[in-house]
Ligand binder design. Structure first.
Ligand code: MG
Length: 376
């Protein structure tokens, strides 16, 4: 029985994890459930799964008998009595949970990209010091993990991340200036939350995944490439010294990497298996980095390291939510990130406090850029 502490139980990854636990009740159970503000959903999940602990970070919920409601400040208790901490909370907020899970010395199934993008150095150090284990849930990094036979320290000359290209792959610059949030939310292959769906449209998400690959596998940035693959069947590739490339293929279905992070190296059935003849053809295109500047902004901040990825992410979160609210245009997302990055010097990412303080200042700065001084 794998005991799971699920952080972010009401989001897209959280709901799919609950489906997996429902499907394999004799294999998995929730030891803890936590969410941001959706208290009613958390109450219902607590009644269904009876975890030992539950926490609602920004709201209230009804804890049924037998479920201990944890107050703010006691998040570390979520990782008592668990085998795997599945961190599926969104945004910078996920980093704190990842650090607490690392301190608890458990396996961390990581679905929160910002933990490695913003706090990579801190997370890797905490994982090492406390004997924890880091397993990727992001489909690209799960694919690489599989191609490397579940090793994070293997030698390889090159990684290639695949990208669907998002809904605006074939738009001209003029068309990009006119697209709206509702257009960005129509992702061609993956069903995900709103923030990451927009990040897939700007290709910021792929920039984040380059940083994740660098932190997770120690791959130098110049050995990590991206290629557009609109069908999202090949989830990423590893090239070896002899030029051989290994890839992992499957339908775009997050239940596969979630489930594998919980059970690897064992695999459990997940329907339907890939039908290549039904897929027909797989296509690949050069990565359009000139048209989508968010990718290079992210990779540049990742290379610089320190507090700059946190500045990047804070500006991106503010800009994307402003775009979702139709307050700024699509190209203004990249402009907001670029202008915010230019205003912050790099500092060492030596503590969570430093990152948290940088995050708050960068958000306030981006907010002023977007809405003007009076609104912040
Ligand atoms: Mg991904």
């Amino acid at each position: 029985m794998v005991r799971i502490a699920l952080i972010g139980c009401t989001g897209s990854i959280g709901r799919q994890t609950a489906d997996i636990v429902r499907r394999y009740p004799d294999r998995f159970r929730f030891s803890a459930l936590a969410c941001g503000g959706a208290g009613e959903t958390l109450s219902a999940l607590c009644r269904e799964f009876q975890p030992a602990y539950a926490l609602c970070a920004a709201g209230t919920f009804d804890a049924p008998a037998g479920v201990q409601a944890l107050p703010a400040g006691e998040e570390g208790a979520l990782f008592r009595d668990c085998d795997v901490a599945l961190i599926a909370a969104g945004g910078f907020a996920g980093l704190r949970y990842t650090l607490l899970a690392a301190e608890a010395g458990v396996r961390i199934a990581l679905a929160n990209k910002e933990s490695l993008v913003c706090g990579g150095e801190l997370v890797l150090r905490a994982v090492r010091e406390h004997g924890a284990e880091l397993v990727p849930v992001d489909s690209e990094h799960s694919a690489i993990f599989q191609c490397l036979s579940f090793r994070r320290d293997a030698a390889f000359p090159r990684l290639v991340l695949t990208a669907s290209g998002g809904p605006f792959l074939h738009c001209s610059a003029e068309e990009l200036a006119r697209v709206r949030a509702k257009d960005a939310l129509r992702h061609p292959t993956w069903k995900m939350g709103a923030k990451i769906t927009v990040d897939s449209a700007t290709l910021l998400n792929k920039g984040y995944e380059v940083i994740e690959a660098n932190r997770l596998y120690g791959a130098p940035f110049e050995k990590i490439e991206a290629v557009v693959h609109p069908e999202s069947i090949v989830h990423s590739l590893v090239y070896f010294a002899d030029g051989a490339a290994l890839a992992q293929l499957g339908y775009p279905d997050m239940r596969v990497p979630i489930q594998l992070a919980l059970t690897y190296p064992e695999r459990l059935p997940c329907e339907p298996p890939l039908d290549l003849a039904a897929v027909g053809k797989l296509t690949f295109l050069p990565f359009p980095r000139e048209k989508f500047p968010c990718f290079d902004l992210a990779v540049g901040a990742g290379r610089a390291g320190g507090t700059l990825p946190t500045v990047l992410n804070a500006a991106a979160e503010e800009a994307v939510y402003a775009f979702l609210g139709d307050s700024i245009t699509f190209p203004a997302i990249a402009h907001t990130i670029e202008d915010t990055l230019a205003a912050f010097p790099r500092e060492e990412a030596d503590s969570f406090g430093r990152l948290s303080e940088t995050d708050a200042r960068a958000r306030a700065y981006a907010h002023r850029l977007i809405y003007g001084k009076s609104a912040s």
